[in-house]
Design a protein around this ligand. Structure first.
Ligand code: FE
Ligand code: CA
Length: 484
């Protein structure tokens, strides 16, 4: 049965590139903000992948069913492609054709690509601005885009903002689907999805502020049911590779992606398996600023990633210690606590709230000669560039890795005076600027990673200007950052 209104309102996307495969995505949604509008029908969708933009040389094609159980989203894991090249793709159903997307495969496993350019972003709050940063990211000509969490925000509409969420705080599957769809109506977000493959991970707001594993901020009942709904909507709307029978109660999001022998991305899930934040205020969960003496902070069993994921991460790092190991994850890893009356005050949601597993990971990097490791982070809505150390108190110690923590695409930040205090109390943080929104672009060669912090003028302007706030280099084999 055909669809009577244009169904490709949410555009197309691709992601999870392997040397011979990439996932292409779309969703049939003639009424995107109100359940999609396809009802309970199963709708066949044809897809094509071509070597050229004019689709004269089609290399793969097929047909899949868009089903209501997946909100008529379509994920095709296109296989038997050539390594290290660009492709074009499109979908068709009935009389309707989707926009054309462009994507690429990763280089072959043994290849030595001379370079890679990727960008990463986080925290795109729809209500407080337009995603105009992405029109600049689009012009950077990147091979790969990474998104590190807070793809959407779950809160209800606020009339004082430049755009409004539809409805109240989202908690059900239908509501999370509508919220994803609303975010995907942003034209610059759609265009960037259609132009390059993305690697994605989530932070808290894709589900609920500051949740941890099965615990919500306000200790609400039935939270795992809500989480499963949010996870399902996320998988439906992202270009992820997942088994057809994925269990949304416990979906595996963490994945590894190699870029030949040049780089290895470890995309982590920092929410699903973490021990709840230490020392919450009485009667609630979630994050807080606590005194460094909070006894829970240093309990030995606490985990940010969970045992399976940390074992998997260590194995992946140790298997390729000589290449660029790029650890893509949501929250700030460098110590960023501030000193008040001689005592440190710790924000418990980021890695500062998990000092024991952080130190274990830093030791692992040092002891296994993983010397070209860059941690990519978001969540702070601040551009922070830092050296990572086993012991942040030891100012003379060599760094073991670098961290690039990117500012938000739109989400509001804290005053620069608060960031200046963090810089004063944390000399391993070499740059901290909360004043601008944007994204980070990184050029990787076998010798060096060069990160440009790209910042936009004003998120309430749909077509903002852009400039480079700072540029940092990380030399291969020499952990730590240098301003250039
Ligand atoms: Fe955020
Ligand atoms: Ca967050």
């Amino acid at each position: 049965m055909s669809i009577s209104r244009y169904p490709f309102t949410l555009g197309v996307a691709s992601g999870a590139p392997l040397p011979t495969a990439v996932v292409i995505w779309t969703r049939l949604a003639p009424r995107p903000l109100d359940g999609g509008g396809v009802g309970n029908r199963v709708v066949p969708v044809e897809w094509e992948v071509a070597a050229d933009e004019g689709f004269r040389r089609i290399v793969r094609r097929g047909r899949v069913d868009a089903v209501p159980q997946r909100a008529h989203s379509v994920h095709v894991d296109v296989r038997r492609l050539e390594a290290g090249r660009w492709y074009f793709y499109r979908f068709r159903t009935g009389d309707w054709a989707s926009p054309t997307g462009r994507t690429r495969t990763a280089p072959a496993a043994g290849a030595d690509p001379g370079q890679l350019r990727y960008a990463f972003a986080s925290c795109q709050h729809f209500e407080v601005g337009y995603f105009g940063a992405y029109r600049h990211a689009l012009a950077e000509d990147v091979d790969l885009m990474l998104f590190l969490g807070d793809y959407l925000y779950e809160g209800g509409a606020r009339p004082d903002r430049v755009r409004q969420h539809i409805g109240d705080e989202v908690t059900t599957l239908a509501e999370y689907r509508n919220r994803h769809a609303q975010y995907k109506t942003d034209p610059d977000l759609q265009r960037l999805h259609a132009s390059v493959p993305w690697l994605v991970t989530w932070d808290d707001h894709e589900v609920d502020n500051d949740y941890a594993d099965g615990q919500s901020e306000w200790l609400g009942p039935h939270f795992l049911r809500r989480r499963a709904a949010a996870y399902q909507a996320y998988f439906e709307h992202m270009p992820l590779r997942a088994p057809a029978n994925v269990d949304f109660a416990h979906p595996r999001l963490y994945r590894r992606f190699d870029w030949g022998r040049l780089a290895r991305f470890h995309v982590l899930d920092g929410r699903q398996y973490r021990t709840p934040q230490a020392c919450p205020p009485p009667g609630r969960g979630g994050a807080a600023v606590v005194d460094e003496g909070c006894p829970e902070l240093v309990e030995p069993g606490r985990t940010m990633l969970g045992n399976s994921q940390i074992r998997w991460l260590r194995a992946g790092l140790a298997a390729a210690p000589g290449r660029w190991n790029l650890v893509a994850q949501a929250t700030q890893m460098a110590r960023a606590s501030v000193v008040v009356d001689g005592r440190r005050r710790v924000w418990t949601d980021a890695w500062d709230g998990y000092p024991v597993p952080r130190r274990a990971l830093m030791r692992f990097l040092r002891d296994n000669d993983v010397r070209s490791c860059v941690v990519l982070s978001g969540d702070t809505h601040v551009n922070f560039v830092a050296d990572l150390k086993v012991d942040f108190e030891d100012h003379g110690a060599e760094p073991v890795a670098a961290e690039l923590c990117g500012t938000s695409v739109t989400s509001p930040s804290r005053p620069q005076s608060a960031v200046d205090t963090i810089l004063r109390d944390n000399p391993h943080i070499k740059h901290g600027d909360s004043r601008r929104r944007g994204y980070i672009v990184v050029d990787v060669t076998p010798q060096r990673s060069t990160a440009r912090l790209r910042v936009t003028d004003d998120p309430t302007d749909p077509a903002p200007g852009v400039e480079t706030q700072a540029t940092f280099a990380i030399d291969a084999g020499r952990p730590g950052v240098q301003r250039i």
